[in-house]
Write a protein of this length. Structure first.
Length: 261
């Protein structure tokens, strides 16, 4: 593995995922389901152009595993497994691994990519819409993008509990679906599939919901942590047995084959 990683935010994200890497796959049911959905949305893998392929924010490799199960032809040239977190990549047997901070852009070797796939990773970047535009501009004519990303409007139960308790909501700010769509089409992507999906995870109340995120390694947030009393206030206003709701944008498309760039 080679490495290029940078900012303090990236360090925080990496250390959270790293500490929980061993348990990630056992808990990542939503991510596993989304990986399969993305793999099924690629209808013509055999017609991908020549060129680099990569899973961006690949983690333990759920998306690439699904892609190669659904499209065995991809096994001849598995996507590059790129991620910030070496501990997750160490559990990833799907292809060549590269430790890389996507806040620094894409590595030069992905210029003219034929396939860029990413599931549940873009929202961890400092500027998700700008990064998505850059990803699309790196695709070659005929190249494909497969993306799943949680978006703004997720976790209404958490936001409501924080407002009712009068404490800050420390949920990770998520990108707006419209800004992602605009970034992709503005960079020349022709949309083939763009849907906002809503999932509810059956957590019994706030404490379980927050614990589940911590156990996944997905607990980093730019906000200062709540003090103990604030946390108790939050949980007191988060009704027991409420689910936690995620909005997930699935956006798939290609650069038209005739594009000159
Ligand atoms: C929720 S996991 C998703 C992993 C995998 N795509 C999946 O669906 O199971 C988020 C992943 O994004 C990676 N990530 C977060 N910030 C990143 C960055 N700046 N550069 C590269 N990877 C990043 C994390 O290390 C983690 O593996």
């Amino acid at each position: 593995m080679t490495s290029r990683c940078g900012s303090r935010w990236s360090d925080r994200v990496r250390s959270r995922f790293g500490r929980r890497a061993a348990g990630y796959e056992g808990l990542a049911r939503l991510q596993r389901g989304m990986a399969w959905r993305l793999a099924c949305s690629l209808d013509d893998a055999a017609r991908l152009p020549e060129g680099p392929r990569a899973d961006l924010g690949a983690g333990s490799g759920l998306l690439s595993a699904a892609l190669q199960t659904r499209h065995p032809g991809l096994r001849h040239e598995p996507p590059l497994q790129l991620d910030l977190c070496p501990e997750l990549l160490a559990r990833n047997g799907q292809g060549e691994a590269l430790v890389w901070d996507l806040n620094e852009g894409l590595p030069p070797r992905l210029r003219g990519a034929a396939l860029l796939a990413s599931s549940f990773a873009l929202h961890w970047l400092e500027q998700p819409a700008a990064a998505l535009g850059q990803w699309c501009r790196q695709l070659r004519p005929g190249g494909r993008l497969l993306l799943a990303v949680p978006t703004a409007g997720s976790f209404p139960q958490w936001h409501a509990a924080a407002a009712a308790a009068g404490v800050p909501c420390t949920a990770l700010p998520l990108p707006k679906p419209g800004s992602l769509r605009e970034a992709a089409t503005g960079a020349g992507l022709e949309l083939q599939h763009c849907r906002l999906l809503r999932f509810s995870r059956p957590h019994s109340g706030g404490l379980n919901a927050l614990r589940q995120m911590q156990r996944l390694g997905a607990g980093a947030t730019p906000s200062p942590p709540l003090a103990g009393a604030q946390l108790r206030q939050l949980l007191a206003h988060w009704p027991e047995a409420t689910p936690l709701t995620w909005n997930v944008l699935v956006l798939c498309g290609r650069i038209p084959p005739e594009t000159h760039r």
